[in-house]
Design a protein around this ligand. Structure first.
Ligand SMILES: Nc1ncnc2c1ncn2[C@@H]1O[C@H](COP(=O)(O)OP(=O)(O)OP(=O)(O)O)[C@@H](O)[C@H]1O
Ligand SMILES: [Mg+2]
Length: 628
């Protein structure tokens, strides 16, 4: 025998003596049953000095059909009585049973390269073989020729073959990372993006053409997580400090245009679609009120409104409106001048229809009386100015909305019941908005292409609204630019916070709006190069439209039955062996499935070598803490 060179005949013999395991006895759909040849019961076999794993559930096999080589995965094994042998009087017991493998067809070999999908199904009597080491490696070779690999981990079984993923296949896609708490989601998320930034972070083209927005609900990615702090923009937002203690640098810069957008306010004020949103639209677009606010004589505008409110006869205006208006202003502007005026004003209200001694019914048709009344109102203010010049842009828009509300009330245009709740929310929420947002000055534009927005120190309202807002802002902007060579990657850890489809605590309209926004990004984003990465403990909570449209999945340990169902139901190509192993995966181990991997594989995600680059989500060591 010529050493080293394997001839076709020898290969045939080797195949048939060592690698052959049996032949096909049944084909139903994509499931193939193979009867194992007798004498194939050892768990491993020795070939050329190497141990090869013999038949095992979860292992791969190759079925030859003429020149086609079909690859399948062993999903189970069962025993069948062999009638023929059983009927023979002197047959050995061993021959009376047959071992049957249940195999799911995964793909085929095309010129030695593994391709996923079904081109042909086997026929009865086709021969089934174990696969060779090089074929095994081939199946786990996920990176296309035109792609660039990053290493994410190793196969959990099978001697830890390194698993590389293609940058294109992975990052030009929507990614879902699911698993119970503590199963390693945040770590995996940090790892894949760390690998990407290690590979590309320094390149100017990458910095210019890709932007990453990470919504971090628990402050796990601030400091040096993923990449060092100096190479990313971190906004550790807070609403728990006093506004005067918050530096402008700490606030998230947003575009002025966003602020003048009705959507922004609709989101923050949870405006209802039918009445409140149109009102907000009118308020924000109102140039007249805006010019009055920017006018030095803002006080005159207020006086004019008060007069209008108290003087117009025939309209059914709530008598409380003028005082409410003044108090609202006083509080909003936090202005003692206005507050005193409001008190004075009230003290002069003598009940009924009288104010300042005037009978209000119809009196104000008379200009002389109006003049006198105006004097009284003016004297109610100590000085004649209300200073609004120092208000921030955000507060000015809030003021515009308040003024518009009273304007419409006084003129009898709008229904108080419909709008009052909106104004109440505005009063409260604008304080929070001011703590976390600042109008972007072009000079302080973001300098890095990774932006981390931490929401660990913000209150519930901001936690709920802000992610929605910044994601929508970024998406809309990208959509408008429609620059094909730039991509936007939106990353949301703990995505159930904003993608939950089962929450009852919010209005239906708001929920629909919220979900539609994200569903749109998932459904249409790809066309504008917008890709989402979402991570969640509760896949069953997230709308199935979203889960089923993801391209790539990292599935960590999942125990709850509903979560398992949600994942299995939506990820069609997840085979049974993989799905069954989900509840028992170790921390840091996950199943990769989707476009990036030709077949679902169980991978142990590599450690992030530098501790400071890991997400700040470490399990607490109680004993260590208590002993020190
Ligand atoms: N691949 C890994 N290698 C080493 N350690 C890991 C790995 N994955 C996770 N860990 C460790 O396991 C712990 C939990 O991981 P992680 O915070 O990522 O879980 P999680 O799924 O995000 O949990 P939660 O849903 O509560 O946020 C951490 O201490 C982390 O350091
Ligand atoms: Mg986490």
């Amino acid at each position: 025998m010529n050493s080293g060179v394997v001839t076709g005949v020898e290969e045939y013999i080797i195949d048939n003596s060592i690698f052959r395991i049996g032949s096909v006895v049944e084909v139903v759909g994509q499931t193939v049953k193979v009867r194992i040849d007798s004498g194939k019961n050892t768990s491993s076999i020795l070939y050329k000095g190497k141990v090869i794993q013999n038949i095992s559930v979860g292992g791969y096999v190759k079925i030859k059909k003429d020149f086609e080589e079909i690859i399948g995965k062993i999903e189970g094994e069962l025993i069948q009585e062999n009638r023929e042998a059983a009927n023979k009087k002197y047959s050995s017991n061993k021959d009376r049973i047959s071992r049957i493998l249940s195999i799911k067809v995964l793909g085929y070999l095309d010129n030695g390269k593994f391709e996923r999908g079904i081109k042909e199904l086997p026929l009865i009597d086709n021969t089934c073989f174990l696969i060779r080491a090089e074929e095994f490696n081939n199946i786990h070779q996920f990176v296309g020729d035109d792609d660039q690999p990053i290493k994410v981990g190793q196969l959990e079984f099978d001697d830890g073959v390194d698993i590389f993923l293609g940058v294109n296949k992975l990052f030009a896609s929507h990614i879902g990372i699911f698993g119970n708490t503590g199963s390693g989601k945040s770590y995996t998320l940090a790892k894949i993006y760390r690998q990407l930034f290690k590979e590309f972070g320094e390149r100017a083209r990458f910095q210019e053409k890709a932007s990453f927005l990470l919504v971090d609900f628990n402050g796990e990615y601030i400091d040096d997580a993923i990449i060092d702090n100096a190479s990313k923009n971190t906004y550790d937002l807070t609403t728990s400090k006093k506004i005067t203690d918050i530096d402008d640098n700490e606030k998230l810069p947003i575009d002025k245009i966003t602020l003048e957008n009705t959507t922004f306010w609709s989101i923050f004020l949870e405006a209802t679609e039918k009445t409140q949103q149109p009102f907000l639209n009118r308020a924000i677009k109102d140039r007249y009120i805006e010019s009055e606010i920017n006018n030095n004589d803002f006080f005159q505008y207020v006086v004019a409104k008060l007069i209008e409110a108290t003087s117009v006869s025939g309209r059914n205006i709530d008598k409380a409106i003028p005082t409410e208006f003044l108090f609202e202003l006083a509080n909003y502007l936090n202005d003692d001048n206005v507050r005193n005026a409001a008190r004075f004003f009230i003290s002069k209200l003598t009940g009924g229809t009288e104010l300042y001694g005037f009978n209000l019914d119809g009196v104000f048709n008379n200009t002389e009386n109006i003049g006198a009344f105006k004097g009284k109102v003016e004297s109610a203010f100590n000085s004649r100015t209300i200073d609004v010049s120092g208000l921030s842009k955000i507060k000015k828009i809030g003021l515009k909305i308040i003024l518009k509300y009273y304007d419409e009330m006084i003129r009898g245009f709008s229904n108080r019941e419909h709008l009052a709740p909106l104004i109440k929310r505005l009063e409260k929420r604008i304080l929070d908005i001011e703590k976390v947002l600042i109008i972007k000055d072009h000079a302080v534009d973001a300098t890095h292409n990774l932006t981390v927005v931490s929401l660990r120190n913000v209150n519930m309202t901001i936690r709920k609204m802000l992610p929605m807002l910044i994601v929508k802002e970024a998406y809309d902007k990208k959509k408008q630019e429609n620059n094909k060579s730039h991509s936007l990657h939106i990353i949301v850890d703990e995505a159930h916070n904003i993608l939950s489809s089962s929450s009852d605590r919010e209005s239906k309209e708001w929920k629909d709006y919220r979900l539609e926004t994200f569903e749109e990004i998932i459904k249409e984003g790809r066309k504008f190069n917008v890709f989402m990465t979402i991570s969640s403990q509760r896949p069953s909570d997230i709308s199935s439209t979203i889960i089923s449209q993801l391209h790539n999945y990292f599935l960590h340990r999942l125990i709850n039955n509903n979560d398992l169902l949600a994942v299995e139901k939506t990820i069609a190509y997840l085979d049974k062996v993989s799905a069954d192993s989900l509840p028992s995966l170790a921390t840091g181990t996950c199943i990769l499935a989707g476009l990036m991997a030709k077949i679902p594989v169980v991978v142990k995600i590599d450690e992030i070598s530098n501790k400071c680059n890991q997400p700040q989500s470490h399990n607490i060591n109680l004993v260590e803490k208590w002993n020190n």
